[in-house]
Design a protein around this ligand. Structure first.
Ligand SMILES: CC(C)(COP(=O)(O)OP(=O)(O)OC[C@H]1O[C@@H](n2cnc3c(N)ncnc32)[C@H](O)[C@@H]1OP(=O)(O)O)[C@@H](O)C(=O)NCCC(=O)NCCS
Length: 281
């Protein structure tokens, strides 16, 4: 049957959530990101239909450095392997071409063969492997923490550029993998997410892209790692969120061991995949 793709309306949220829940049982978040996703005038919340039935969804997002980011790609199980994901990717490529965007990216679980295979068909390739860590704040007494203050755009670029290599090129907030370049650093700074402690000379990218009630997120930290983690726990506790999340390159054993000795637990291995729009599709 023919598959059509179009922008979804906010009134179609419940149908979209139904597709999400069927595709990734229990891990849905669309309901909590709906306000952001449906109000994005640049990147559409896409729906794939067979006839009148919504069978697949995907959010098209343009990141601050004009990378096209494909997220929340889900196809209802009974409609998988029938070309629905392919149609959503095709739309992703044609939207990118229309906007003159050159680079495409997405993330998926390191062991998610269907998703990675589909991405490879469109010319995306593994650009980095990462491990997500979580620290439960349940019953945790907030520690004393150093004062961290937000910095401006120029200082953010100066502080974060030297960390890009160690982080293998990506800063991750809510599993959104953003290339560590000046456009992204400036956007983080404008959002007040680049924080420094003058006391220990520590720097972090800290905050959320969305899902503010579920966690606080450390995208990058350097200097006094304990000072950074203490600050994250303190702010997370004040906000009443259940956990702190941090992401480390899969090969960075030192950073992972610092997270684990503080009490973080490994929660999943992820890969970011990217490619040039000129070569995809
Ligand atoms: C990943 C997903 C979106 C693919 O959607 P889909 O509509 O089944 O994809 P398509 O039918 O267009 O498949 C296109 C190609 O992808 C690859 N592919 C899809 N499913 C696959 C599977 N189970 N195993 C191996 N390759 C697979 C194949 O190369 C396939 O081409 P083929 O059918 O000619 O062999 C779907 O499996 C899904 O919703 N999974 C659960 C949610 C998820 O993992 N989302 C990914 C982002 S985290």
């Amino acid at each position: 049957m023919e598959i059509t793709v179009r922008r979804l309306r906010p009134s179609e949220l419940e149908e979209a959530v139904r597709v999400e829940e069927s595709a990734i049982k229990g891990f849905g978040y669309l309901r909590d990101t709906a306000e952001l996703f449906f109000s994005d005038s640049v990147g559409a919340m896409l729906g794939a239909f067979t006839g009148e039935e919504l069978v697949g969804i995907a959010k098209y997002t343009v990141l601050p450095d004009r990378t096209a980011w494909l997220e929340t790609l889900r196809v209802a199980p009974e409609h998988q392997r029938q070309g629905v994901g392919t149609r959503l990717y095709e739309e992703f490529v044609s939207l990118s071409r229309a906007l003159g965007i050159e680079t495409a990216a997405m993330y998926t679980g390191l062991r998610n063969v269907p998703s990675a295979t589909l991405a490879r068909k469109f010319g995306l390739d593994t650009a980095g492997k990462y491990r997500e860590f979580q620290l439960s704040l349940d019953g945790v007494t907030p520690p004393e923490a150093e004062t961290f203050e937000p910095v401006g755009e120029a200082e953010a670029c100066a502080l974060l550029a030297p960390l890009a290599e160690r982080y293998e090129g990506y800063a991750v907030l809510n599993r959104t993998f953003m290339r560590m370049n000046d456009d992204v650093f400036r956007a983080f700074a404008r959002e007040g997410k680049v924080l420094v402690s003058r006391e220990s000379g520590s720097v972090m990218v800290f905050g959320n892209r969305f899902l503010e009630r579920r966690s606080v997120q450390i995208a990058v930290m350097a200097g006094g790692l304990r000072a950074c983690m203490d600050y994250a726990v303190k702010i997370g506790s004040e906000r009443g969120v259940p956990q702190v999340v941090a992401t480390a390159p899969l090969d960075d054993e030192a950073l992972q061991s610092a997270l684990e000795s503080y009490g973080f637990r490994a929660a999943g291995d992820l890969q970011v995949m990217s490619g040039k729009i000129a070569r995809v599709g």
